[in-house]
Ligand binder design. Structure first.
Ligand SMILES: Nc1ncnc2c1ncn2[C@@H]1O[C@H](COP(=O)(O)OP(=O)(O)OP(=O)(O)O)[C@@H](O)[C@H]1O
Ligand SMILES: [Mg+2]
Length: 517
């Protein structure tokens, strides 16, 4: 006997002005099934999920059934929730100016204002209990979401969707929920997803990390340019086959080959005893043309190290030398003036201007160069924008689009392009391929490599353990604010990175200790 699908989507088309985001897509999700949804940046994954959640109205003719019951078209967010659908959106959908507890309450459909029937003390206690159950007792319910790191925000969004009251959840859709999480933390998300599936919930799981798709999903649906290529039993595919389905051609080489730069290259950066809030007594050196990886678990201090070097945070002590000269960088302006570029972790918000066009975002830093006798040479600026759009394969290739209408991964490419093309002396990239599809990811790695070959030093903060082993000359593993290992040559393997990320001689080795401090 066939069980009834938890979700049936038929003939789903969604057009935006001048753009078909989805074309006649049909899809079934069975109870207890984790269903992967994959495709390049801009292929329509988030649009599909937003059509389910009631955020976008599908074009006429679409039919969506949850547990056999048909939703009206369009349907509201409340109707989606009442039907038993729950979501983690790509942008997480949290309100930064509200506290963690308030965001939890919102997730259950409470109204924000007045707050008449909400018993906040109890709410805070429940929220704390949920975060504790997820293994993150260090996230305080009273904190504003704005004050949390990107990974912590993700965890709040995840814990929120798994809270128990409200209508029973039949379908859970996670849109790149793992993308801001270090690989080790992803396992916790996986156990929560598996537990939900074991209770009969159908799960739609969107990710650009294909190894996650293979590990977690039973079925996988591939979208390309808004069309469905097919739904497949995951076990019947191998990685190369899945990549070919996604990008429509085989991917010849994923990693660019590394050549070790000559030993006699100049020392570009010398950091000694650098100390901040979390970062403690960090010392290392890098040469021009080197790609140095910095990795570690959530809360290990990687992102703070980047902020300290860029002047976004002032060090408590320690010294930094750039090309042999002691420098004191206390503001980002100092860093930029010295040729240091920084692509932050939450680049979609911190690294861009949503309301400007793609072209404006790309060339913002170059505007000064293009002034001559107080006349802005617009044509040249436009030519630069078009060139970058082509080189970085930004889709759609249109400089006049508003930045916010781009898919998540394409927004990231815009911010990266803006920095990388200027050939920085030192480029600090915090999770540069987070949310970027396989094809574009290979492309970004090639561009990083090209920047290094042209003489830039690249400090690559990343949780993609496998990737950094291929890409970096050296990888520093951080733990609790310190560098606990520097790996290179044969010792540079993903297994070693994991081992050093976790090994903890100084204090307790409990799972929960990992995020502390
Ligand atoms: N509000 C909007 N206005 C116009 N076009 C939009 C809007 N939202 C999305 N699009 C377009 O719809 C297409 C699909 O975007 P979508 O965000 O669904 O892609 P995605 O598969 O989720 O990509 P990513 O992996 O980068 O997140 C893209 O071409 C995008 O530019
Ligand atoms: Mg998306």
């Amino acid at each position: 006997m066939r069980t009834q699908p938890v979700l049936t989507v038929e003939h789903l088309t969604k057009t935006f002005p001048g753009q078909v985001a989805l074309w006649d897509v049909s899809l079934e999700v069975q109870p207890g099934e984790v269903h992967g949804l994959v495709g390049e940046n801009g292929s329509g994954k988030s649009t599909l999920i937003k059509c389910l959640s009631g955020f976008h109205a599908p074009d006429a003719g679409a039919e969506i059934r949850v547990g056999g019951r048909r939703l009206s078209n369009p349907h509201s967010a409340a109707a989606a929730r009442a039907a038993g659908m729950a979501f983690i959106h790509q942008d997480l959908g949290l309100i930064p100016s509200l506290s963690v507890t308030e965001n939890f309450a919102l997730g259950r459909g409470y109204k924000t204002r007045l707050g008449h029937q909400i018993r906040w003390k109890e709410e805070a206690r429940r929220t704390a209990a949920l975060l504790d159950a997820f293994g993150y007792p260090t996230i305080q319910p009273a904190k504003l979401v704005r004050q949390l790191s990107q990974a912590e925000r993700t965890i709040v969004a995840i814990a929120r969707v798994f809270q128990e009251d409200g209508p029973p959840v039949r379908l859970l859709a996670l849109d790149e929920a793992s993308s801001a999480l270090p690989e080790a933390e992803v396992q916790r998300l996986f156990s929560a997803v598996r537990a939900a599936a074991a209770r009969g919930v159908g799960v739609i799981y969107v990710s650009h990390r294909l190894e996650e798709v293979f590990e977690l999903t039973k079925t996988v649906t591939v979208l390309r340019d808004g069309r469905k290529i097919g739904s497949f039993a995951t076990a019947d595919l191998n990685q190369a086959e899945l990549i070919e389905l996604i990008i429509g051609r085989p991917l010849e080489s994923y990693y660019p080959s590394i050549e070790r730069p000559d030993e006699d290259r100049r020392v570009l950066l010398k950091v000694q005893h650098l100390t901040g809030v979390r970062v403690r007594d960090v010392s290392f050196e890098m040469r021009t043309g080197e790609i140095v990886g910095v990795t570690g678990l959530l809360g290990s201090g990687r992102s703070e190290l980047a902020r300290l070097l860029f002047g976004a945070q002032v060090p408590v002590s320690g010294t930094v030398e750039l090309l042999g000269e002691p420098v004191r960088i206390t503001r980002p302006g100092d860093a930029i003036a010295r040729g240091i570029a920084f692509v932050p972790e939450d680049r979609r918000t911190a690294g861009s201007f949503r309301q400007l066009t793609v072209g404006e975002n790309l060339t913002l830093l170059d505007i000064r160069r293009f002034f001559r006798w107080a006349i802005l040479r617009r044509r040249r600026l436009r030519a630069l924008a078009s060139e970058l759009i082509e080189r970085f394969r930004i889709k759609p290739p249109d400089a006049d689009r508003h930045f916010y209408t781009l898919s998540g991964g394409n927004q990231q490419k815009v911010v990266l392009a803006k920095w990388l093309h200027r050939q920085p002396t030192l480029g600090i990239l915090d999770e540069p391929v987070n949310g970027v599809d396989v094809g574009a990811r290979a492309e970004i790695y090639r561009l990083i490599k090209a920047a290094a070959e042209a003489g830039s030093g690249i400090l690559l903060i990343s949780s993609e353990f496998e990737d950094i082993c291929h890409l970096c000359n050296r990888v520093a593993v951080m733990q609790r604010g310190r560098i606990v290992a520097e790996l290179e040559g044969e010792r540079l393997t993903a297994e070693h990175i994991i081992e050093f990320s976790y090994s903890d001689k100084a204090s307790t080795n409990s799972d929960k200790g990992v995020v502390a401090q």
